[in-house]
Write a protein that binds this ligand. Structure first.
Ligand code: SAH
Ligand code: SF4
Ligand code: F3S
Length: 449
């Protein structure tokens, strides 16, 4: 009987995508079959995140749950990957000695070999190095699963915001060559993919080598992907405000396949806080970028990440964040209480905002963001939006669900043959977590909204 693999993933889309690629790799190289049930797995893998303390702690509670499985079946292999593994390395085994493999985000392609080594020697192995970007040359082509796919175009981050672990866990920015990425997208399109999302921690810092010896930026990559037969929609995430170049603004102006939506984290609306976070831009620069984006792509939807309670954040600073939220009118966004991370510069700043104030600010901000999000949904009612049909609706399988450019799920009535197609819908109703729509005659619909 085929041996089974169970994967638990924490963290960002890059981690989710890494896990999917890991499953493909271990299926191809070791014949391991994915299971939903850890009880029957021969290999248990946890892909970890260390961006906030809460995420990091989940790893050890997960490992604690797996420990008895291994006690019952000593042949079971337990592997820890991702950002906690990268940061802690062999120290993971000091807290959880029953872990067999510790591997990093840049060494996951070596897993088949690491598994062989454990099986041969019976000893644990740790490999959390940052080899040059060899990973993508060693992964099998990704399996097409539905009309949307993720493509990692760069790894790492060289921005070193003072609160953030990512540059330490994922290494410096390294981009894949342009032709490799375009070939991957072409392969996905041939398999039926209609929408690609380019992934990178700082994806708009993409600088990929191109065949003629030049360096391609993200705008050029977007333009190349838009030329490919079958690709109707392109997204990218996550972007840094300081990397929003004229070239990218040009892509928003001229490439209709690039969606009218951008996740552009700002973190805070106070210049003082942004400077201490070392974000490399102030509030006025952020607002200028927003203005230029809206000029390049009227109606573009913008979302953001926020951190409240950063060391030294006063009520006045926090008020400035709320003012920015009101001024920009963000779509679905994320907000977090600051979490000091060992090894980052901000961990040495006096953490002087009382816990009560942090919690209160988070609640106020989230309420304000939710209000903005509702306003965006309500303003969509009565307009025509093109959705990419993903499959049956989760709530009512007799209906279909599609996604708008700004990532809203719209449920509507239509034939199952529409899955994978772009369909214009009139938005008829805004519900708390989704929209409802009705099909319109495509000839009367605007090309894109
Ligand atoms: N590369 C992306 C995302 C980084 S992690 C970017 O630069 O925007 C995702 C989000 O987690 C960040 O945008 C930030 O809002 C949050 N985050 C990162 N480190 C944090 C910390 N130490 N405490 C609280 N939130 C944090
Ligand atoms: Fe972290 Fe800043 Fe890099 Fe984003 S840009 S990953 S927040 S260091
Ligand atoms: Fe977490 Fe690492 Fe992603 S720290 S957010 S899994 S890059």
């Amino acid at each position: 009987m085929a041996r089974k693999l169970y994967i638990k993933t924490f963290g960002c889309q890059m981690n989710e995508h890494d896990s999917a690629r890991t499953a493909d790799l271990l299926a191809a190289a070791k014949g391991l079959v994915l299971t939903e049930d850890p009880e029957e797995a021969d290999v248990l893998l946890v892909n970890t995140c260390s961006v906030r303390e809460k995420a990091q702690e989940k790893v050890f509670s997960q490992l604690g749950q797996w420990r008895p499985l291994k006690a019952r079946r000593p042949g079971v292999v337990i592997a820890v990957g991702g950002c906690v593994a990268s940061q802690e390395g062999a120290a993971i085994r000091a807290r959880a000695p029953y872990v067999d493999i510790v591997y990093g985000p840049q060494t996951l392609h070596r897993l088949p070999r690491l598994l062989d080594e454990v099986e041969r020697s019976g000893r644990a192995v740790v490999d959390v190095s940052f080899p040059e970007i060899e990973k993508f040359d060693h992964l099998p082509p990704q399996r097409v699963q539905g009309p949307s796919a993720y493509v990692t175009v760069m790894e790492g981050c060289s921005k070193y915001c003072t609160y953030c672990v990512v540059p330490y866990t994922r290494g410096e920015e390294v981009s894949r060559p342009l032709d490799d990425v375009v070939a991957e997208v072409a392969g996905l399109a041939a398999g039926g993919v209609r929408e690609v999302t380019f992934l990178g921690q700082n994806v708009n810092a993409y600088r990929g080598a191109s065949q003629d010896g030049a360096v391609a930026d993200l705008a050029l990559l977007v333009r190349c992907a838009a030329e490919l037969e079958g690709i109707g929609r392109i997204r990218f995430t996550t972007s840094h405000p300081a990397e929003m170049t004229d070239s990218l603004l040009g892509a928003f102006r001229e490439v209709p396949a690039l969606v009218g939506h951008l996740h552009l984290p700002v973190q805070s609306g106070s210049d003082r806080v942004l400077a201490r976070m070392k974000r490399r831009h102030g509030v006025s620069r952020y607002r200028e970028v927003v203005e230029r984006l809206r000029e390049a792509r009227p109606g573009i939807s913008l979302s953001s990440d926020f951190i409240v309670g950063f060391p030294g954040e006063t009520e006045e600073d926090f008020q400035a964040t709320l003012d920015l939220v009101d001024a920009v009118g963000f779509d679905h966004s994320f907000s977090f209480v600051y979490s000091p991370r060992p090894g980052t510069p901000a961990a040495a700043f006096p953490d002087d905002v009382p816990l009560e104030a942090k919690r209160e600010r988070l609640a106020v901000l989230q309420e304000r963001l939710a209000r903005g999000e509702r306003a965006v949904a309500e303003a969509m009612v009565g307009t025509t939006r093109v959705v990419l049909v993903e499959g049956p609706s989760r709530k009512d399988p007799s209906m279909l669900a599609g996604r708008t450019e700004n990532n809203r799920v719209v449920n509507f009535t239509g034939e199952p043959s529409l899955v994978g197609a772009f369909v214009p819908l009139v938005i008829t109703e805004a519900l708390p977590n989704s929209l409802r729509g009705r099909r319109v005659d495509s000839s009367s619909a605007p090309a894109r909204v």
